[in-house]
Design a protein around this ligand. Structure first.
Ligand SMILES: Cc1ncc(COP(=O)(O)O)c(C=O)c1O
Length: 476
């Protein structure tokens, strides 16, 4: 019920004051005064009878109704695709909750618990009241620990003012893209790529330029292809090694060749996403791009705790790079989220204290991932018409199932592409996987082997059984 209405002189807003709830009116309202965009309101009056204990009173009430709201969104949002990995994971979770025994191999998340000493450090942080805002860039303690790690494990020297700790590596990457790209700049992304890179470029009004790689070349970028695609608009090359979704690891020699191409383009920076660096299978080794001659000045190194330390929910990642760029990212972060969780930062310090490359806690997980990789490569390698590039790191297998496209299953219809194959495998086999088109390669599908060996055995059986039901469509 309103008893006064003021409109601003610009007539774009209305301020509505509401009568204080009188003790005898029997009506109550917590609202006192609200402002609305005038355009969105419709004003009507109506006669109402207010019943009171001894009498009734007739009064006129001003009824304010919201009109249809303009639900248009910014072109920036409209240009971005939602993450398919998140959508499929959510769909599979909903099916499990509805009682369908789906095996979920879609998520990019280790199935291990956060190692106990890390979790303990988080608990201690809470117990000791370490629960306040930290500096925007992260505590000096964690930034110093990150500098030590980067020096010892990666051979790159940074000072704490060249480190920015964020709420996950995802935030580190999007901020870096936003900080360095101007509208119309090109972001060079080898495919298959992590789903978020092109969308982050779009969010920054930059243009993703996708460079395909091939399974026969272990999905590694050919420096000649890179060279042929660079223009004066090329601003950022995103490299991810070990890679999500392929598990490929760039050998040092190849990175050196790429560095030589990069060095010819003064405008070109490199974002090196090294979040899977510890999940790597010997004899493969990890090389940080910034450690290559002449590359420190133009490399933004991103890393995080989610994958190696099984800390996805703690939301902790970081960026290391020349101060000029890191400060720019920090400026965005200061207006966006501020510093990462104080508790997660304490846990991060404990993670970095576990020893070289995460010590035993991480090597136990890597050993398990390796066993699973070997099992999957062998199992799918037995299937005719399937192409595999053996992953050298991360916990994904990106398999070429395109020889099944054009087949059909009774009651399902035709398998047209990676999307319909994944839908079929979810319907028929009850296994949730991610179609390769989400990663820029429609011939493949991604299997995340962040699941126990027993679960993977069951999944392989289901997938093989479902594939056996597919028949080549008879041309009409
Ligand atoms: C290649 C890659 N980079 C970055 C991230 C972001 O990780 P987080 O934000 O959990 O640190 C992920 C997560 O899936 C990833 O796969």
């Amino acid at each position: 019920m309103a008893n006064s209405l003021q409109t601003s002189s610009s007539t774009t807003t209305a301020r509505l004051s509401l009568r204080s709830p009188s003790s005898d009116s029997g009506l109550d309202s917590g609202l006192r005064s609200i402002s609305f965009p005038l355009k969105s309101l419709k004003f009507l009056t109506r006669q109402v009878v207010i019943k009171q204990p001894n009498k009734s009173r007739r009064t006129t009430e001003l009824v304010v109704k919201a009109m249809e709201v303009d639900i248009s969104l910014s072109p920036r949002v409209n240009s971005v695709k939602p993450s398919k990995t998140v959508a499929i994971t959510d769909q599979a979770t909903a099916l499990v909750q509805a009682g369908v025994p789906v095996i979920r191999l879609a998520a990019g998340e280790p199935d291990f618990d956060t190692p106990a000493p890390i979790a303990e450090a988080g608990k201690n942080a809470i117990r000791e009241g370490y629960t306040r805002y930290t500096p925007n860039a992260g505590t000096i303690e964690i930034r110093q620990a990150i500098c030590n790690k980067l020096k010892e494990e990666n051979g790159i020297s940074y000072t704490p003012d060249q480190i920015l700790v964020s709420n996950g590596a995802k935030q580190s990457i999007v901020q870096a893209v936003m900080a360095v790209c101007s509208p119309g700049d090109e972001v060079i992304i080898p495919a298959p790529f992590w789903v978020s890179y092109p969308e982050m470029a779009r969010l920054a009004d930059a243009k993703p330029v996708i460079l395909p790689t091939h399974i026969s070349e272990n999905f590694l970028l050919d420096p000649k292809v890179l060279e042929s695609k660079l223009t004066e608009k090329s601003r950022l090359l995103i490299l991810c090694s070990p890679s999500n979704p392929t598990g490929s690891v760039y050998p040092k020699r190849l990175l050196e060749e790429i560095a030589q191409v990069v060095a010819k383009h003064p405008r070109l920076l490199v974002l090196s996403d090294e979040i899977y660096e510890h999940i790597i299978y010997a004899p493969a080794t990890h090389t940080s791009f910034a450690s290559l001659p002449g590359m420190w000045e133009r490399t933004l190194t991103v890393n995080g705790f989610s994958k190696a330390f099984a800390m996805t929910g703690w939301r902790l990642g970081y960026l290391a790079g020349p101060k000029h760029f890191v400060s720019a990212c920090g400026k965005i972060q200061s207006q966006f989220t501020s510093g990462a969780s104080s508790i997660a930062q304490k846990a991060g310090v404990a993670a970095l204290g576990l020893g070289y490359a995460g010590g035993e806690a991480v090597s136990i997980m890597v050993k398990a991932f390796r066993e699973r990789r070997d099992f999957l490569v062998k199992s799918f390698g037995e299937l005719e018409g399937v192409k595999i590039s053996e992953p050298k790191g991360a916990f994904y297998l990106f398999i070429d199932f395109s020889s099944y496209y054009g087949t059909e299953a009774e009651g399902f219809g035709k398998i047209e592409n990676s999307e319909s194959l994944c839908r079929y495998l979810l319907d028929e086999g009850q296994v949730a996987l991610v179609p390769g088109d989400a990663f820029g390669d429609d011939s493949c599908i991604r299997i995340s082997y962040a699941a126990s060996l027993t679960t993977l055995q069951a999944a392989v059986e289901r997938i093989k059984k479902a594939l056996l039901l597919l028949r080549r469509a008879v041309p009409v």
